[in-house]
Design a protein around this ligand. Structure first.
Ligand code: SF4
Length: 946
């Protein structure tokens, strides 16, 4: 396809030939023939309304085809106006339609009628639920029990909305799922560059190194996958580290199947090759690494050549042979890969997300050692390199910014984990059982901890104890395992029934995506006035943003608590802020270029976003760290011996296009403005040194000096730490067409994937005497589960793997019936048993397809049998398990689970003892380094330890 043809056909941000997409000029009335009416040529007319997918974190653009006659959504396809996904989706995007029409979805607010977990519900009203919750929250605030209010989120889907609501309430009540998800890699990236996620420019890379299954299911799955393939099409070499033969590995030029947890050893062997052979970007390292600080800490001279000598000494132990022995990979292969990496120069894109970084203790070192290759090659914020995420993300200023909460919540940020990347969410049952706290109101939202978290039975024990949890509220579009234990189940909209605003680092650009209720937008196009999404959603399904604003309003009806002001209309003071006004304000005031772009099409900015669903704020962001700081930002500056320049000038006002370095200021109250590089003050990186931190003074000062530079150490599942007969279970991998709780109510996806057998190598299986389909018992530290084996050469010999996307269950026949088996829970003290009573069966509903259900299996819920393994530094739950696998016993059935929660407590205490708590190791009497990222940062004085 010639460039001119591309541009003339579809001139949208997709910048690619998308012959199948309707031109945007015809989105108001798009005509297609009705395929079911064939051979009759019956026309159907559609309004094409954009929104964004909510089935994973990528938030790809979708285009809903709303039938102009019936008013129903016919299908979802990709939105070519979306700069991240460029019109493309994975299977989960179009399956949003299944979620809208799911016959089992929750349509009305429900209130518990029996005991918690008994499965008895009565319908209630939104008013009753809101008033009850508002009264409880108001009382907790007035009685200074603010730490008893907790909001626990799985997939946020919006940049900061609920954090601001919690800040308006004055509570440090944000809890996230991140420490069971991605904290490991985040910690490694943050230690280097002050920002916790990479933004790789795969499409322009010469060499791409992925540690995770990025092409099938990894982070920013579809937007990144299409750019990896683009890079490959342009000649890039693809290297994949994955113990399992993932779909991504099948596309690789080099597939490395390492012993789990040895990845950092391979990466350091590659780094050592670059170092010993002077194949690194010397000028970049000299200018942008904090090597002076490292040498100063060693008490050595501060000459760059001294540093180079030291670097060679430190890393010489990481030979190819050493890495080969640790990883079980041929040394020659590692050497060949090292040469390929060296050939990339600054066009080296790499990404580690989840996988081993979330699997083993010290998993954060994998991301740290991977980024070290970029830092050596100077492939940082270069074309084909890796950018810090915040530079490729646009977060607009909201209508209100409440102050930082005046409190610190030790239930989410306990003192034992001062360097944890996120809240210690998965320890909640143990922290409450310790007697450290109790909860009065506990919200979960797009989150299902009983099923998703490790140690699910401890969660059930917590939720069924009214002394630990006073009122549990599940905000969810569909039934899930945790919602069964709720006091209120409140129905929330799926991706096409709610508003959210988001931006992700899919490539070197900044864009803003707008999720919207498509029926509301379609009817507004027809001139109708729709205020509340309940008017257009099925049943009484609401959207969360309206819910939070209304709840905030009711907590402080008269405004005396100072909370109501953050939910008040600016246009009509004294009334509650509406969603249209909320987004209208942002689009009018905080998105550079949007008002002008909208005006060019005779639209208001809100109309523009409703019409196109996305806006590209800027392309090609480039090397922000290398930009000179503007003179007006430099007032009464002070430079310290490390070249850090502090200023009294306030941060520049205006939209947050480019986050500035924001660590601690100097002792005179100046803020860090930049870093002196050869006499010029440059913006630098948002780290304490302003540079890329090869040496972490933070780790050194907070009790971990032995880990102050990138290093490899033996994980909790290293061969030396396994007992006789134990092997490693990899339990973290996703299936390409399922995603946690959110996709089980999509029949097309369930038909494709509904089981999770245990991957086992042929010789390993032969030793156990099992063949594909035979049942095996997988024994963990706290119990076991029973699962069929899948004998395959796609896994390293001796290692086993099982996807965590299956094993959904329900306690009664009610609920989600397409992928949740009916089970029986038996409970004797701390010993729990779960047994499947009924698999998936066809059933009668308003959807005739439910009678065509042919699959019976729903897989096994393995996470239940895992104890908590909090990494003492990152706080990440280390998912890989040391297990024993053996043939099943007579009477064992697929999906059987046994767990002893007393053993869970023992494992929790064992890992807690590995920590270095702030009480003993804080260098400055604070709970946590102030510069480190933290959702909903409290006011600075609350960082002080009591
Ligand atoms: S589920 Fe698929 S279509 Fe939806 S956001 Fe994720 S990658 Fe995109």
């Amino acid at each position: 396809m010639h460039k001119t043809e591309q541009e003339t056909f579809y001139p949208g941000p997709s910048r690619s030939h998308l012959a199948a997409f309707p031109p945007k000029e015809r989105w108001d009335n798009w005509t297609e023939l009705d395929s079911k009416a064939w051979p009759q040529r019956k026309e159907r007319h559609y309004s094409l309304v954009p929104t964004t997918c909510f089935n994973c974190e990528s938030a790809c653009g979708l285009l809903a085809y709303v039938d102009k006659v019936t008013g129903a959504i016919q299908k979802f396809e990709g939105n070519p106006e979306h700069p991240g996904s460029r019109g493309r989706n994975c299977a989960k995007g179009p399956a949003t339609l299944n979620q809208v029409t799911d016959p089992d979805r929750i349509l009305y607010p429900l209130k518990r009628a029996g005991k918690r977990g008994e499965g008895k519900w009565e319908r209630t009203t939104w008013d009753e639920a809101l008033d009850t919750l508002a009264t409880r929250i108001r009382n907790a605030i007035l009685e200074n029990r603010r730490h008893e209010i907790m909001y626990h989120v799985g997939r946020p889907g919006e940049d900061g909305f609920t954090e601001r609501i919690l800040a308006a309430w004055g509570i440090d009540g944000h809890n996230s799922h991140t420490n069971i998800c991605s904290s490991g890699s985040r910690e490694g990236y943050q230690l280097w560059m002050g920002l916790d996620r990479p933004s790789p420019d795969h499409a322009n890379a010469k060499v791409i190194l992925l540690i995770s299954a990025h092409l099938e299911s990894g982070h920013y799955f579809n937007p990144h996958a299409q750019r990896v393939i683009e890079g490959k099409a342009n000649g890039a070499k693809l290297i994949v580290f994955d113990t399992r033969l993932s779909n991504t590995a099948t596309h690789a030029d080099y597939w490395v199947s390492p012993y789990p947890g040895s990845e950092a050893a391979i990466l350091l062997a590659i780094a050592n090759y670059l170092i010993q052979n002077d194949l690194y970007d010397r000028e970049f390292v000299e200018q942008w690494w904090n090597w002076k600080e490292f040498l100063a800490a060693e008490g050595a001279a501060t000459d760059f050549t001294d540093f180079e000598t030291r670097l060679k000494q430190i890393y010489k132990e990481y030979t190819f042979e050493f890495a080969a022995a640790e990883a079980g990979v041929d040394a020659k292969v590692i050497e060949e890969i090292a040469k390929v990496v060296a050939s990339a120069g600054s066009r080296f894109s790499s990404h580690n997300w989840r996988s081993v970084a979330s699997g083993v203790s010290g998993g954060w070192t994998v991301a740290r050692c991977l980024f070290m290759l970029n830092a050596l090659l100077g492939a940082v914020a270069t074309e084909g390199g890796v950018y810090p995420n915040a530079w490729n993300k646009f977060v607009p200023r909201p209508i209100y910014t409440p102050p930082h909460p005046a409190m610190w919540n030790e239930t989410t940020w306990p003192r034992e984990y001062p360097l944890s990347m996120n809240e210690m969410s998965f320890l909640l049952p143990h922290l409450l059982k310790d007697g450290r706290a109790k909860l009065d109101v506990y919200f979960t939202r797009v989150y299902n901890p009983v099923w998703t978290n490790p140690d699910g039975f401890s969660w059930i024990e917590m939720l069924t104890d009214p002394d630990l949890v006073g009122c549990y509220v599940a905000l969810t579009p569909t039934w899930n395992e945790t919602a069964y234990y709720a006091d209120y189940v409140l129905p929330m909209g799926v991706g096409s029934e709610r508003h959210d605003l988001h931006s992700y680092e899919t490539h070197d650009s900044q864009w803003l995506g707008f999720r919207q209720p498509v029926m509301k937008a379609a009817r507004q196009r027809n001139g109708e006035t729709i205020d509340d999404t309940r008017e257009v959603n099925p049943g009484e399904v609401w959207e969360e943003n309206e819910f939070w604003l209304e709840l905030t309003w009711r907590i402080d009806k008269d405004g005396t608590l100072g909370i109501r002001q953050y939910a008040e209309s600016k246009k009509n003071p004294g009334t509650r802020l509406g969603i249209d006004e909320y987004y209208e304000w942002i689009f009018d005031n905080s998105v550079p270029g949007l008002p002008e772009r909208a005006a060019a099409e005779n639209l208001t900015p809100l109309e523009f976003m409703r019409r196109y669903g996305a806006f590209e704020v800027k392309q090609k962001i480039g090397k922000i760290y290398d930009e000179a700081v503007a003179p007006e930002e430099l007032d009464d500056v002070h430079e310290d011996p490390l070249g850090r320049v502090f200023t009294r000038a306030p941060k520049p006002a205006g939209p947050n296009i480019v986050p500035l370095p924001s660590p601690d200021g100097d002792e005179d109250g100046r803020r860090l403005a930049g870093i002196n590089i050869n006499g010029q003050i440059k913006r630098g990186f948002p780290t304490p040194s302003g540079k890329l931190e090869f040496y972490s003074s933070t780790l050194s000062r907070w009790g971990w000096p032995e880990l102050s530079i990138p290093a490899y150490f033996k994980s909790h599942v290293h061969k030396d730490n396994l007992e006789e007969g134990q092997t490693i279970l990899i339990s973290t991998f996703r299936l390409a067409v399922q995603i946690h709780t959110r996709s089980a109510n999509a029949k097309w996806l369930d038909e494709i994937a509904h089981t999770n057998p245990l991957w086992i190598y042929p010789t390993h299986a032969a030793k156990l005497g099992v063949r594909t389909g035979d049942l095996v018992r997988v024994e963990t530290e706290i119990g076991y589960y029973v699962v069929p084996a899948w004998v395959t050469e796609g896994i390293k010999p001796g290692i086993v793997a099982c996807s965590h996307h299956m094993g959904r269950w329900k306690l009664t026949d009610e609920g989600q019936r397409q992928l949740m088996a009916t089970v029986k829970l038996d409970h004797n003290g701390n010993e729990w048993k779960l047994k499947r009573q009924k698999g998936i069966e066809p059933y009668q509903s308003q959807d005739p397809d439910t009678l065509r259900i042919w699959w019976k299996d729903a897989g096994v819920h393995q996470n239940m049998t895992f104890p908590v393994h909090p990494d003492p530094i990152s706080g990440m739950h280390c998912w890989h398990q040391a297990v024993r696998v053996r043939a099943a016993e007579p009477g064992d059935e697929p999906g059987d689970i046994f767990v002893d929660t007393a053993k869970s407590r023992e494992v929790y205490k064992k890992w807690l003892a590995m920590t270095r708590p702030a009480d003993q190791f804080s260098p400055d009497g604070t709970r946590r380094p102030y510069w480190m990222l933290r959702p909903l940062k409290p006011a600075r004085e609350f960082y002080k330890l009591p």
